[in-house]
Design a protein around this ligand. Structure first.
Ligand code: SAH
Length: 520
């Protein structure tokens, strides 16, 4: 999603702010897709991004690679940087001519001290703008299925902070007034929730009023507890509810049973690991996330350029080939890159017939005006070999194979046995990264991983090697394999894939996981 936003020149639609100005941007409640378009553009255009704990770090990826990113996080009690210091920082950055995106959780003007930052910029004579965000209450309402207002229950709504300025002597909250409202959202104050609930009941609110605590709203690990006002504090504590969380009080909480959609997504509550390269992970990760899963990206393969000399030699002799075989999307990327280097375009391949393993490879070719002549119905090297055998008499044919350095010999062996003259080009190399991300190791340790997806044999082999002694941890996890070759590799290691995709595509892999979870 962010790649596309980044590829657009937004200056035609929203010119960048002047140098030396600040955009106070509401980052939304958690789910990064809930930021406003204007907010996203301001991040894209920023020289410096200043952010705190509640702004989803995924949004930082929107920023230009060279943009400076400064964390000024605050977490309950522990302030990394005081508000005064943050105000000074914004002023200093703007004074040195930076375009600053100041990312704040939810909406900057709801319990966010955005007004203090804006005032300070105004006093310093610096230009700024304020970009609204989806506040946590609205996020929680939508993703937990609890309307903030509903004409059957309430037409009044209050946002209250349960935290208050700790230096205040007496509570500024007018509980008697609140007790008369139909809908209350209590931000912060998870620890003081019991006190607030008791005060509301003392002020006349019905103890049986429906109430809900929602934590990590809009994120894959959203958790909600629903009961009555009098029970809510105890139930939230018993359920181990953690910050950030807020409390919704009022009759409309009862609608949750009907309209809670997010927690009913097929993969909600599941943690799924994607082992592809970061570059390729996005499609699979996006599909899983859209189905409610928490996705951990843990690339177990890295791609590096292939044998350039061999590629160059093959390309300078393209005329002599009758067939070109491309075995993956990465192979297509390497081919296109090499052709660009040689100043060639699609016409240079006009005379060759093209074979592709897999529909994704064929799609990638099509984007470059190349239509594959042969795409097997099932996507292994053996299937392609069989499909090719049916398509042509390979005796004496010259075939150029664009594939990974560690490709299996099956395809070439078959073509040679048919009399073809094969040139194998190592179009790219598959490397093993130095280590696994800490996030994955911690999730495995905690037994929090439900699925690991493997889109090739090397993604599995490398994961095992990178886990080393911890390899046992794979036994408790469900393994999803893209196809029979990958499954075979998994079995050779003494493990059994829980599901296997059919056909061997990312879509089918996701479908297989969903089907399994439905039956489970
Ligand atoms: N400006 C923010 C609020 C900041 S105060 C906004 O408009 O949302 C921080 C409080 O917001 C937290 O203590 C919690 O009560 C609430 N909050 C923020 N993100 C949340 C989330 N994802 N789920 C539940 N509550 C959240």
């Amino acid at each position: 999603m962010f790649e596309i936003l980044r590829s657009i020149d937004w200056s035609d639609h929203l010119p960048a702010m002047p140098a030396g100005s600040v955009a106070l941007v509401g980052a939304g409640p958690g789910d990064p897709s809930l930021i406003s378009l204007r907010g996203a553009i301001r991040i894209l255009q920023a020289d410096t991004i200043v952010y705190d704990a509640l702004a989803n770090e995924a949004l930082l990826r929107l920023g230009a690679p060279q943009a400076e990113r400064i964390y000024v996080g605050k977490r309950a009690g522990v302030h990394k940087m005081g508000q005064e210091q943050i105000n000074d920082l914004l002023v200093d950055l703007a004074k040195t001519g930076k375009r600053v995106a100041r990312l704040k959780g939810g909406d900057p003007l709801i319990f966010g001290r955005g007004s203090e930052e804006a005032e300070r910029l105004r006093q310093a004579g610096l230009p700024f703008e304020i970009v609204p965000g989806i506040t946590a209450a609205a996020g929680a309402a939508a993703y937990a299925g609890i309307p903030l207002t509903d004409r059957r229950f309430t037409s009044t709504l209050a946002f209250v902070t349960g935290h208050e300025d700790p230096t205040k002597e007496e509570s500024a909250i007018d509980y008697a007034a609140l007790a008369r409202l139909g809908s209350i959202v209590l931000y912060m104050g998870l620890r003081t929730l019991g006190g607030h609930a008791a005060a509301l009941i003392r002020a006349g609110m019905d103890p049986a009023t429906p109430a809900a605590v929602v934590s990590r709203a809009t994120l894959p690990r959203q958790k909600a507890v629903t009961c009555t006002l009098v029970e809510i504090a105890g139930r939230a504590e018993a359920a181990g509810i953690e910050a950030p969380a807020l409390t919704l009080i009022g009759g409309a909480v009862s609608l949750r049973e009907q309209i809670n959609w997010f927690e009913r997504l097929p993969l909600f509550g599941r943690t799924v690991v994607v082992t592809r390269t970061r570059h390729q992970a996005s499609e699979l990760a996006a599909q899983l996330t859209a189905l409610g899963a928490e996705v951990i990206e843990a690339p177990t393969i890295d791609l590096a350029p292939g044998d350039e000399a061999a590629i160059d030699e093959a390309l300078s002799d393209l005329r002599s080939y009758q067939w070109l075989i491309v075995t993956s999307v990465n192979g297509v990327a390497a081919l296109v890159e090499a052709m660009r280097r040689h100043g060639l375009d699609a016409r240079a391949l006009g005379h060759v017939r093209i074979g592709a393993i897999g529909s994704a490879t064929a799609d990638a070719l099509r984007q470059h005006f190349l239509k594959a002549d042969v795409v097997p119905e099932s996507f292994t090297a053996e299937d392609l070999a069989e499909a090719l055998r049916r398509a042509d008499d390979f005796c004496g044919r010259k075939v150029l194979l664009f594939r990974a350095d560690i490709a299996r010999p099956a395809l070439t062996d078959t073509l040679r046995s048919l009399g073809a003259e094969c040139t194998e080009c190592s179009a790219y190399r598959i490397l093993k990264p130095a280590a696994l991300p800490q996030e994955l190791l911690e999730a495995l340790q905690a037994g929090r991983v439900d699925w690991i997806t493997f889109t090739s044999s090397s993604t599995f082999q490398n994961l095992r090697e990178l886990l080393g002694d911890d390899e046992k941890q794979l036994r408790d996890v469900k393994l999803a394999s893209i196809g029979p070759i990958t499954s075979q590799t998994i079995r050779t290691a003494g493990l059994e894939p829980t599901v296997e995709a059919s056909p061997y595509t990312v879509d089918a892999l996701v479908r297989a996981i969903v089907e399994y979870e439905k039956g489970a």
